[in-house]
Write a protein that binds this ligand. Structure first.
Ligand SMILES: [Zn+2]
Length: 264
């Protein structure tokens, strides 16, 4: 927990400095109110997911009672690689399901209502989504017998990459493109935050970009600086209460439908 907290704080401060020194988008909508709301959500999510992890870890007794298939592999390197890939592919399908099922989209939509992107966008999630993603993930980890050390390694990488790809950091296109062969980069993820539905429903990866390429949800775009961020039917700057109540608000909105892939 201490290592994770240190990495989180170091990541936030490093990217905060970098994205202000080398910004991709020169303008940020309602910077102060957005960052306040996003960080409040981040604190709520961090407390609720920590309590949930402790409760589930105690119930299932990680590293103790269950010897899943991963725990039977003798090579630690192979075990580590497989553990990483399994958790990341789980995150891919979880994220994709958030866009496919109407009830799930009601919660995940909050993340997409940010009308600009910066480091704080990485923490703009509804607590129900965070809890909902954590329960099956922790049960999967327990069932497969993935060691808590490998879970920690994934979470450290996840913390850095998710913060990076939500940040407003400018990376030269060539470097971004090379990195995106492996990991989710800022340019790669900006397309996912586009108001254009076919772009919203693409680039679901959390750490690795391979799953989008394998399962046909990868999209690219050249004029990234012209992307309209957010969702077209929500133009408010939400406060914390509006954010928490967004899934049950009566406001009419469009459920983005997955459509066949087209080349851009
Ligand atoms: Zn999404």
């Amino acid at each position: 927990m201490t290592v994770k907290f240190f990495v989180l704080i170091a990541t936030i401060f490093s990217l905060l400095i970098l994205e202000n020194k080398f910004p991709f988008f020169s303008y940020q909508n309602s910077w102060l109110s957005r960052i306040t709301n996003n960080l409040e959500l981040g604190v709520i999510n961090s407390i609720s997911s920590s309590l949930l992890t402790i409760a589930i870890a105690q119930y299932f007794s990680f590293d103790g009672l269950h010897q899943g298939i991963i725990a039977t592999i003798s090579s630690p390197v192979m075990t580590g690689i497989l553990s990483f890939l399994i958790i990341d592919i789980y995150m891919y399908f979880w994220h994709r399901s958030m866009h496919v099922f109407p009830l799930a989209w009601r919660f995940h939509r909050l993340h997409h209502t940010d009308r600009s992107m910066n480091i704080s966008t990485a923490y703009r999630f509804h607590p129900i989504e965070i809890i909902g993603s954590s329960i099956p993930k922790l049960i999967l980890i327990w069932w497969l017998g993935i060691s808590s050390n490998f879970v920690l390694i994934y979470e450290l990488v996840f913390t850095v990459i998710v913060a990076l790809h939500h940040s407003n950091l400018y990376l030269p296109a060539s470097i971004d493109r090379i990195l995106a062969q492996l990991i989710v980069t800022p340019n790669y993820h900006r397309i996912h935050h586009s108001q254009i539905v076919t772009e919203t429903n693409s680039n679901y990866g959390s750490v690795l970009t391979w799953w989008d390429r394998i399962f046909g949800t990868y999209r690219s775009r050249l004029d990234l600086v012209n992307i309209q961020l957010g969702v077209s039917d929500e133009v408010r700057d939400l406060n914390i209460w509006q954010s928490l109540l967004l899934p049950i608000s009566n406001q009419k909105y469009q459920q983005p439908k997955e459509v066949p892939e087209e080349d851009v």
